[in-house]
Design a protein around this ligand. Structure first.
Ligand code: BG6
Length: 481
């Protein structure tokens, strides 16, 4: 990635430098920080590329520095992050308890930050909005960068009003709306695959593609995350954010460069043209919730019986919807998005299914499946299903699956997105208008579900999902148990 020259509004970008930086982590004692953020940070620090970094943790819990340092040290160690820089960050990090919705607490936090400031809001959307509003009352040091965890708002209206509040704090190019899928090396590999090869790109259009499936099936259940997940559900947790970002990378036109303005501009164009298929969410969406069962050898209680879940909310653990991308290139091609928890197998991939050849010459026998291009997001691999002559009769076709592993990235996704913010490069973050557009795309589905127009189906944990699922498993698909 190159550092952006300017944001969409033409503001000069805040170029990366190595002046001392402070990462102020709000929500530091939470699950996100422990499981993902701190491990990603540890790996980034271990690279030695950010030598003057100070980390200040803050949360409502009354912890002292020693307890916090243990948390940081454990998370760094679990991520395999070692070396002098890592030790130094652990030694110098501090913790301050604070209620981030209170101006006096925020003032106290800011008075402890003397370097260039990066603030990570690892907080639920409602608290993020209140904290951002409180910051407008006290102001932020010049050059402060803001990182906001998903979901960004809770609907299009709250996303817009959060954008308005943030715009009063810092310019757009200093706002990093985090979608950690953009930090996954395989997701970014879509760019290399599409635009550094001649053979795929000309085929990726309505002339040749029958449909595109973006699938993220997990065997894992709720994993103790009721506090967050029960208020979100699969559609908001995965589709509104991650899967729409993947769709944008697969469907967008080639950007002239990979800088923030070009790449995010291309993604924004394609998402602006995306809507529910036939504008009929009642027909083209499905939702479900797992009941007790066994997924991947793990016994799962029914979602409704998980501690902290309020079953009357009707939160879905499975969501599917079909979208159209109304552009010259894609008109008429269904983009089918699917995700769920507690399913039979891990299946995390985007599959482009090509149309059948106009005519398979008579005499060639056994044609029964179209070609497919697969991009796997764990295992990270590229697959191509093609029809060739099988053994024996040279005129008898059989499908083979060509597979190549994508090289691993040098950082985990959260390390990658943190690097973007430390370096002043917003390429891997979601632009404000795009965040609002992603809500606009799913809004009719949420509305229709809330009105009860699509039943909440139950599926046993360890099954393939609700029986009326729109996407039956594709024959020959790669799955991992
Ligand atoms: C998170 C979702 O953003 O992404 C989780 O909240 C989901 O529900 C996770 O399991 C999947 O991402 P990864 O990186 O674990 O594959």
């Amino acid at each position: 990635m190159t550092t952006s020259q300017s944001d969409p509004a033409g503001h000069p970008a805040d170029r990366g430098d190595r002046r001392p930086q402070t990462l102020l982590l709000l929500g530091a004692t939470g699950d996100l920080a422990e499981r993902l953020l701190l491990p990603g940070l540890g790996r980034l620090v271990a690279t030695g590329a950010h030598p003057n970094l100070h980390v200040l943790g803050s949360g409502v819990d009354v912890w002292d520095d020693e307890r916090w340092r243990r948390r940081v040290a454990d998370a760094f160690a679990a991520a395999g992050a070692t070396g002098p820089r890592v030790k130094e960050v652990v030694r110098t990090t501090c913790y301050l308890p604070a209620d981030v919705t209170k101006e006096e607490d925020l003032r106290r936090l800011l008075s402890n930050c003397h370097d260039q400031l990066v603030i990570f809001f690892a907080l639920p959307p409602a608290i993020t909005a209140r904290a951002a509003a409180a910051f407008t009352q006290i102001g932020l040091p010049p050059g402060t960068r803001l990182m906001l965890e998903k979901p960004f708002g809770t609907d299009a209206v709250s996303a817009r009003s959060l954008n308005e509040v943030l715009a009063r704090l810092v310019p757009e190019e200093q706002i990093y709306r985090i979608d950690h899928f953009l930090g996954k090396s395989t997701v970014m590999n879509i760019l290399g695959l599409r635009f550094a090869n001649r053979i795929f790109e000309p085929m990726l259009s309505a002339a040749h593609v029958a449909c595109v499936d973006i699938v993220f099936d997990e065997t894992l259940g709720l994993a103790g995350r009721a506090g967050y997940y029960d208020g979100a559900g699969a559609l908001i947790d995965m589709v509104q954010s991650h899967l729409l970002q993947v769709l944008a990378l697969i469907a967008m036109d080639a950007p002239p460069t990979l800088d923030a303005r070009d790449l995010r501009g291309r993604k924004a164009q394609v998402l602006r043209a995306t809507r529910v298929w036939a504008e009929d969410p009642a027909t083209w969406s499905r939702r479900g919730r797992y009941t007790a069962g066994e997924a991947n050898g793990q016994r799962l209680p029914g979602y409704a019986d998980e501690p902290g879940v309020d079953p009357s909310r009707g939160t879905e653990t499975f969501a599917e919807l079909v979208l159209c991308v109304d552009t010259w290139r894609w008109a008429g091609v269904p983009f089918r998005l699917r995700t769920g928890k507690g399913l039979a197998a891990r299946r995390k991939e985007a599959v482009v299914t090509f149309k059948q050849p106009p005519r398979v010459p008579s005499g060639l026998i056994g044609y029964d499946q179209p070609d497919r291009l697969r991009i796997g997001f764990g295992p990270d691999r590229l697959g191509l299903d093609v029809n060739i002559n099988g053994p024996g009769n040279p005129l008898e076709l059989s499908q083979v699956h060509l597979v190549a592993d994508f090289g691993p990235g040098d950082l985990p996704p959260y390390g990658e997105v943190l690097r973007g913010a430390f370096d002043g490069d917003p390429t891997l973050s979601v632009r404000g208008d795009t965040a609002e557009d992603c809500w606009r795309i799913v809004a009719p589905v949420l509305e229709c579900w809330r009105a009860g127009a699509v039943p909440l189906r139950e599926y046993p944990a360890g099954s393939w999902g609700p029986e009326d699922s729109l996407l039956t498993p594709v024959p020959g698909m790669a799955t991992e148990g």
